[in-house]
Design a protein around this ligand. Structure first.
Ligand code: ZN
Length: 154
């Protein structure tokens, strides 16, 4: 039989070892411990020495609560961030009222025109010469999307 290491008075996490149990647990030597929270618990030697058990169970409960809080916080961050990436409808805050449409003036006659643009993989494509932003969006921008955005077959 292996020599019994006396753990009396030793501290493992939140547990203070009070005394050895007269009866073994699962045929293993066990100790009666006092947890910092005030609970008393019987723990097998191996659980104490390997660091598997560091409290009466209250420590684990604390950590679970902490994990839940962190999950909740990360969800809240997502909730704030994700709406910024929703942009499927024409944006109302651009100068023309349409996403991917900008106005410009023709070089010679200085007439107001609209052009559609799209950026795909760092390349910017234009379709110019529209007289209204609606035309630029529906005839220009949407065509550019069909032509240049991958996976669009309509
Ligand atoms: Zn405890």
């Amino acid at each position: 039989m292996a020599k019994t290491k006396d753990l009396t008075g030793k501290r493992f996490g939140k547990l203070m070892v009070m005394h050895q149990l007269k009866e073994k647990i699962d045929n293993r030597i066990a100790w009666h411990c006092l947890c910092d929270c005030g609970n008393e618990v019987d723990v097998k030697s191996v659980y104490l020495t390997t660091g598997q058990t560091k409290s009466c169970g209250c420590l684990k409960k604390d950590m679970n609560n902490k994990n839940l809080r962190e999950q909740y916080d990360s969800k809240r961050v997502d909730g704030v961030v994700t709406p910024l990436f929703k942009g499927k409808t024409p944006r109302k805050d651009s100068s023309t009222g349409f996403r991917g449409v900008e106005k410009y003036y023709t070089r010679k006659s200085k007439e107001l025109r609209y052009r559609a643009w799209i950026t795909v993989k760092g390349e910017r494509y234009y379709k110019s010469g529209f007289e209204t932003p609606e035309d630029a969006y529906y005839k220009g921008r949407l065509e550019l999307e069909r032509k240049h955005l991958p996976g669009r077959k309509d």
